[in-house]
Ligand binder design. Structure first.
Ligand code: CTP
Length: 388
C-alpha cells in the first residue's frame, strides 16, 4: 500500500471518519506512529495517534470531550469504539539514561526523528495524504525491519528493547544488524521496574506472547531472569483449557516462570509492580502444587478435593482430563443447602459444618444425591456433634 492510501483505509476504521471530518475543517492534523504503520501493513490499528499543529485542547474539543493531560500537553478523546490521542509536535530529551523524558515543543520533522523505530516514524497529513517519514521508514516497513533511529535509542529508553520484541513477535519483523547489536548490549539503566513491568504486561496481552518473549530472549536475553521459559510445553494445552473467566496473561506468565524459585520469582514480580493479587496468582499457579494430586485423582469426588481452592489458571496448567472435568463442570457445582441448614438440623457450629458441606458436595459430584433433602442427608451422614 502507498502511504497516501492511508487516508482511504482510515475511513474504514473506527474514529477515522470523525478524524477526517475534523481535518477537513482544521489544517495541520497528522496521523502518526502505530496507526500509520498498521494501516500500511493492512492491519487494523489500536488507538489513533495524531500530531496537531495548533492548539491541542481546542482541536480535541472539536472531536468530543477530551481528557487533557496538562503535564504532557496531550489530550485523549474516547468515542464509540475508538480512542484518539492528540499531541503537539515535541522532542523528548533524556536527562539520564532510562529516566523519563523531558518534553519540549518542536517541529513535526523533529517529532518524527525522536521516535523508537523507523517503522513508527511516519506521519500522514489528513486529509490530503502528504507523507513525512524518516527516510528509511517505508523501505523498512516493506522489508520487515526494526531499526532504531540512532545508536543511543535503547540507552535513552530501555523499554524500547521490550517494544522491539513486541513488534517482532506480532509482526514477524526482525532487527537490522546494528539494532540487534545495540539490543544485545542494552541494560535497564535507571528505568523503573514499573515501566519494565508495563512492557511485560503489554507482551502478555499480545495474541502470541511467546513469540515476543522469544524475540526478547533472542535479541536481549539479559532482560529476562534466569529460568524464564518463553514457550513452555504446558502452555498451549493450558491455554486451550483456560475458561473465559480465567486470566490468560497471568496463565502465560505462570507457565513461563515455573522453573524460577519462589523467593526470586516473588521479588521479580514485586519489582515489576504486579498488583499483589496478580503476583500471588502467578506464584501459586506456577508452583504445580495442584498438578500431581489432580492428575492422580481417581473419581469425581477426588478431583473435586484435589482442585479445591486452586485458581482456574493453576488447574489449566495442571492439564489432563481431570483438569478439564473440574474446569468445565465440577467447579460450577453448588449445593442447595448451606451451613445454616445444617445448624438448623442440629449440627454444632464449627469446622464440622464445612466438612459436612464438603461431604454433600462430593456426594453430589458423584451423583449420589440430588435436591435439598438428599443433600442434607449426605451432609449429616456420619457427622459427629448433631443434637438430633
Ligand atoms: N514511541 C517511541 N518510544 C517509546 C514509546 C512510543 O518513540 N518508548 C512512539 C512511537 O512512534 C509509537 C508512538 O510513540 O509508534 C505511539 O506509542 P504506542 O501507542 O505505545 O505505540 P504503538 O506503535 O501505537 O503501539 P501498539 O501498536 O502496540 O499500540
Amino acid at each position: 500500500m502507498e502511504a497516501a492510501d492511508v487516508v482511504v483505509s482510515l475511513r474504514e476504521v473506527a474514529g477515522g471518519p470523525e478524524l477526517l471530518e475534523l481535518a477537513d475543517a482544521h489544517g495541520g492534523i497528522w496521523l502518526v506512529g502505530g496507526a500509520v504503520r498498521d494501516l500500511l501493513l493492512g492491519r487494523s490499528p489500536g488507538e489513533l495517534d495524531v500530531v496537531v499543529e495548533g492548539d491541542v485542547g481546542e482541536v480535541a474539543g472539536r472531536l468530543g470531550e477530551p481528557v487533557l493531560h496538562e503535564r504532557f500537553g496531550t489530550a485523549t478523546v474516547q468515542g464509540d469504539g475508538f480512542a484518539i490521542d492528540l499531541a503537539a509536535p515535541r522532542t523528548e530529551s533524556y536527562p539520564a539514561p532510562g529516566a523519563l523524558p523531558e518534553v519540549a515543543p518542536a517541529t513535526l520533522a523533529e517529532d518524527i526523528e525522536r521516535r523508537d523505530f523507523t517503522i513508527n516514524a511516519i506521519a500522514v497529513r489528513l486529509p490530503d495524504g502528504e507523507v513525512l517519514a524518516e527516510p528509511r521508514a517505508l523501505a523498512d516497513l516493506q522489508s520487515g525491519t526494526l531499526r532504531v533511529l540512532h545508536p543511543g535509542s535503547f540507552e535513552d529508553d530501555p523499554t524500547r528493547v521490550w517494544r522491539m520484541a513486541r513488534y517482532a513477535g506480532r509482526l514477524g519483523f526482525r532487527p537490522d544488524e546494528e539494532t540487534a547489536a545495540l539490543a544485545a548490549q542494552a541494560g535497564p539503566g535507571q528505568t523503573s521496574g514499573e515501566r519494565i513491568g508495563n512492557e511485560l504486561r503489554l507482551i502478555l496481552a499480545e495474541d502470541d506472547p511467546s513469540a515476543a518473549l522469544e524475540a526478547l530472549a533472542e535479541y536481549c536475553p539479559q532482560a529476562l531472569p534466569a529460568g524464564f521459559s518463553c514457550r513452555p510445553e504446558r502452555l498451549a494445552p493450558a491455554l486451550e483449557l483456560l475458561p473465559a473467566d480465567g486470566r490468560r496473561d497471568l496463565l502465560v506468565l505462570a507457565a513461563c516462570v515455573a522453573a524460577m524459585d519462589t523467593a526470586t520469582l516473588q521479588r521479580w514480580l514485586d519489582d515489576l509492580a504486579f498488583p499483589a493479587a496478580d503476583r500471588d496468582l502467578v506464584v501459586a499457579s506456577s508452583r504445580w502444587v495442584t498438578g500431581e494430586p489432580l492428575r492422580a485423582a481417581q473419581g469425581r469426588a477426588a478431583v473435586l478435593r484435589a482442585a479445591r481452592g486452586a485458581p482456574v489458571e493453576a488447574v489449566a496448567l495442571a492439564g489432563g482430563d481431570n483438569a478439564a472435568l473440574w474446569l468445565e463442570e465440577l467447579r460450577h457445582l453448588e449445593l442447595e443447602i448451606g451451613g445454616d441448614d445444617l445448624i438448623a438440623a442440629g449440627l454444632e457450629p464449627g469446622p464440622q459444618v464445612g466438612a459436612a458441606l464438603e461431604r454433600a458436595l462430593e456426594a453430589k459430584a458423584e451423583g449420589r444425591c440430588s435436591g435439598r433433602e438428599e443433600e442434607l442427608a449426605a451432609a449429616l451422614e456420619g457427622a459427629g456433634g448433631t443434637g438430633a
